[in-house]
Write a protein that binds this ligand. Sequence first.
Ligand code: HEC
Length: 156
Amino acid sequence: MRAGIGKPAMALGAVGIGAVAVAAGWALWPGEPAGVADPADAEQVSLGAAVYREHCASCHGARLEGQPDWRIRKPDGRLPAPPHDESGHTWHHPDEHLFRITKYGLQPPLAPDGYKSDMLAFKGVLLDAEIWATLAFIKSQWPPKVQARQPKGISQ
Ligand code: HEC
């Protein structure tokens, strides 16, 4: 796909990620050992809080509040960082998708080919266990009813 910065067809942002993933199918990913992000695991959450502070807070906010006007594309056509608290849509995605976005960035099949994004890929920067821990921390910040509403599997 051509770069298409600012084209309406590209205006899917993270909201459209789920739909793209469903359309493209999970099978496109080679198997990778699944981890667990457990918001009730105090040790995992505390490691995740430290990783979040160091690697995520600069964009997603110290209180997970995201960047201002996060739904509106910037002049360069890219989206600001969305909040990871319950006001955002992170909880709309199952853990596996959040893991893959964090490790590989917004790549197909979770985003269109050539999609331009300021979200970094943390492969080679963070260990898988650190990524799962960060997700555990993020989830621990959601009220229980939001935690319960998060899709649990990739088929949802
Ligand atoms: C340099 C800024 C920056 C940093 C640092 C960053 N992100 Fe992001 N992140 C973004 C942007 C911008 C988006 C939205 C991208 C888009 O939709 O085009 C995003 C999107 C995401 C999404 C998809 C959100 C959703 O609601 O669908 C996840 C998950 C995510 N980031 C996790 C992380 C984690 C975890 C870290 C730390 C390990 C991190 N990000 C660090 C900028 C950043």
